[in-house]
Design a protein around this ligand. Structure first.
Ligand code: B12
Ligand code: SF4
Length: 440
């Protein structure tokens, strides 16, 4: 009997892609629990490598790729959105088979990510409860933290743990479940519980010193905390040497903050030791913190996917969003540093935020053109309203859905804050960004 089975639920959405998307919080907890002598198993609803999937999903560069998906009916409340809706991940029968194979544990730990992905969490809890009627189920993670009241209302069969501090989570679990005394294979996040390890995701810090009005960073991690460089280095080397991993994605909100005492020394050490890996930053980095020297070091150390948080060219919008991380004119210089260091346009993705309350599409298109003009690749990032953030109230006022009633309405794909979306015009703007990404 396992002490814990950790569950990564399905995604129900209009689109989903494995862009280095792993349940890092859950796999870190698994690693920490093993160090406390607990035996753990991992049931990954998003496993793209399950041998019994009806069709193996296509995998792409650097370990990214598609999930298996099955079309499901669109929620009635989203019927105005002209897109299909799918469940991404294992067919339900495979999930049940895995669940039975593992046998009942002392407890289940179910994670949650985007607020609007809660249907996958609910489905996992419902099925676990159907099979194992008495085993405690703990549910935590980002949706639970941001929408605790909603989770508590609908997940009556589970214990809701709206906590993001690892020490407090561990203390709570230790109070209730005693360890069987299993030996931990290593002290890092438990990626070895996956069927394959095509890449690793990690953070070097938690939280962010800035407070942009649309962002949940301060709610999830109120205090900015950093890991010692030696620990980060040891983690990268462990996966490189023992599992042959070459692709690493950082999940930090503030990867470059205090560069000279955290990321900088890690990269220098890797270079000194001849460790050749590729780094990716799907979560944006702070533009202002990239200097000419740092750009060169990032390149030499193997950074291949750069994403920069630019958001908009409009200084008034930056002020309104309390977004102090960048001024528009800083982008041009930093893209030049990166190009000089050897990054191609395609490798320098620049996020432009759209779908904000009261935002005109001409502002978005100007930003996209500007990014392309200075040599970057524009990536559109649709605004997702998040409860508890300062912008959420404005969002509620303009949204065409009751955002407070159902987190499904936070889905970025539906542009909830556009009172009357012109889907054709939105498509044209996407096309414009795509054209510039391909260097036109
Ligand atoms: C990495 C990341 C991504 C990855 C994918 C992540 C994944 N696994 O799928 C990528 C880059 C693809 C991505 C995309 C997007 N993201 Co994102 N992303 C993140 C980020 C930076 C890190 C998440 C993470 O792993 N954190 C680290 C781990 C350690 O923390 P954790 O999971 O919370 O776990 C802790 C606790 O919650 C707890 N815990 C976790 N599970 C469990 C289970 C139990 C039982 C218990 C007790 C505890 C527990 O333990 C951990 C202790 O440290 C967060 C911001 C953040 N700082 O968390 C945003 C965040 C989740 N993303 C967000 C947004 C807005 C988006 C996008 C909409 C951006 C855009 N406009 O394109 C897209 C949407 C993608 C889609 N398809 O819908 C928002 C949330 C939006 C929402 N409505 O929920 C966040 C919060 C960003 C923000 N700062 O506001 N994202
Ligand atoms: S800089 Fe990025 S992570 Fe930090 S508060 Fe602003 S949007 Fe959030």
């Amino acid at each position: 009997m396992y002490d814990f089975i950790l569950v990564n639920p399905w995604i129900y959405d209009f689109a989903a892609y494995d862009l280095w998307a792993r349940p890092l919080g859950l796999l870190r907890l698994a690693g920490l629990l093993r160090q406390e002598g607990y035996s753990v198993a991992f049931l990954d609803c998003l496993d793209p490598f399950h041998p019994e999937l009806p069709r193996p999903p296509r995998r792409k560069a650097y370990g990214t790729g598609h999930y298996f998906r099955q079309r499901v009916p669109k929620p009635a409340s989203l019927s105005d959105v002209p897109r299909h809706f799918s469940r991404y991940g294992l067919p339900v029968e495979l999930f049940l088979k895995e669940l039975l194979n593992f046998g009942p544990p002392k407890a289940f730990l179910v994670t949650s990510l985007m607020t609007y992905w809660y249907p996958g969490v609910f489905e996992a809890v419902r099925l676990i409860r159907k099979v194992y009627r008495k085993v405690p189920i703990y549910v935590g993670g980002i949706y639970v933290k941001l929408c605790e009241e909603h989770a508590s209302r609908f997940l009556e069969d589970a214990f809701i743990l709206a906590e993001t501090d690892e020490a407090k989570i561990l203390a709570r679990l230790k109070e209730e479940i005693s360890p069987s005394g299993a030996e931990a294979p290593h002290p890092f996040s438990a990626f070895d519980l996956q069927r394959k390890v095509p890449y690793i995701v990690l953070t070097t810090s938690w939280g962010c010193p800035f407070s942009c009005k649309y962002c949940a960073s301060k709610i999830l991690q109120p205090v900015f905390k950093e890991r010692p460089p030696e620990e980060i280095l040891a983690e990268i080397k462990f996966w490189y040497l023992n599992y042959g991993v070459r692709d690493f994605a950082f999940y930090d909100d503030a990867l470059l903050v205090n560069f000279d005492r955290r990321l900088g020394p890690v990269l220098e050490s890797l270079l000194r030791e001849g460790i050749r890996v590729r780094f990716h930053t799907p979560n944006a980095m702070h533009i202002r913190l990239i200097t000419r020297e740092r750009a060169k070091l990032l390149r030499r150390a193997g950074f291949r996917t750069i994403r920069l948080g630019f958001e908009t060219l409009d200084p008034e919008r930056h002020r309104e969003l309390d977004d102090k991380k960048v001024r528009a004119e800083e982008l041009e210089e930093v893209v030049a540093f990166l190009r000089e260091a050897g990054f191609s346009r395609k490798e320098i993705g620049v996020y432009v935020l759209w779908g904000l309350p009261h935002q005109d599409l001409s502002e978005v298109e100007n930003s996209v053109r500007y990014v392309a003009r200075v040599g970057g690749a524009p990536y559109l990032s649709e605004y997702s309203p998040i409860p508890g953030t300062p912008l959420f109230e404005d969002a509620c006022q303009v949204a065409r859905y009751p955002l407070e009633e159902d987190p499904l309405f936070h889905n970025n794909t539906i542009f909830p804050c556009l009172p009357e979306p012109d889907w054709q015009r939105l498509e044209n703007t996407k096309r414009l960004a795509r054209k510039f990404r391909h260097g036109a």
